[in-house]
Design a protein. Structure first.
Length: 167
């Protein structure tokens, strides 16, 4: 890693790392002067052993990024309406798709939720997109659970990982 402005580390793509608003962190600086985005939140390390990101696979593969804000009703734990049960069922279904690689999820105290699903190829993404039970859950989500969401499908061309050795 290179040192960027203010001594922050920068990944090879030039995006600085640092603490931002989120789990165990305070609001951090913006990515740059032209952006309204803050640097990605980084946990304070108190529970790092229990959090494991999806492995860095050999590219190319696909990342499906679902960013959402739930309705007041949809966002409550144990709320009526079946969101939790449907979410669990969707996780069961997607795991059965040939080419599914895994999923990362993060949520902020303010209600922003990001789920990234990883798939080996476009055929796997398409199979998930067109799954009848998944389509029904999408319709119900728009009708009941989500205030807003965005969906991005990206081809991953570069991927690497790091894990600290303990011991």
């Amino acid at each position: 890693m290179d040192a960027g402005r203010n001594g922050q580390e920068i990944d090879p793509s030039g995006i600085p790392f640092g603490k931002g608003a989120g789990r165990g962190a305070t609001a951090g600086p913006r990515v740059d002067d032209m952006s309204d985005h803050f640097i990605a939140p980084v946990a304070d390390g108190t529970s790092a052993a229990s959090v494991v990101p999806v492995a860095a696979y050999e590219p190319p593969y696909y990342a499906v990024v679902f960013t959402s804000v739930k309705t007041e009703e949809g966002g409550r734990e144990g709320a009526a309406g079946g969101y939790g049960e449907t979410n669990e069922r969707m996780e069961e279904l997607v795991e059965k798709i040939p080419g599914y690689l895994g999923m990362d999820h993060a949520g902020s105290p303010g209600g922003l939720s990001i789920t990234v699903g990883y798939f080996r190829d476009a055929d796997a993404v398409e199979e998930w997109r067109t799954n009848a039970e998944h389509r029904a859950a999408q319709q119900r989500g728009r009708a009941e659970w989500y205030e807003r969401y965005t969906l991005h499908v990206a081809k991953v061309e570069r991927s690497h990982g790091f894990e600290r050795e303990h011991g």
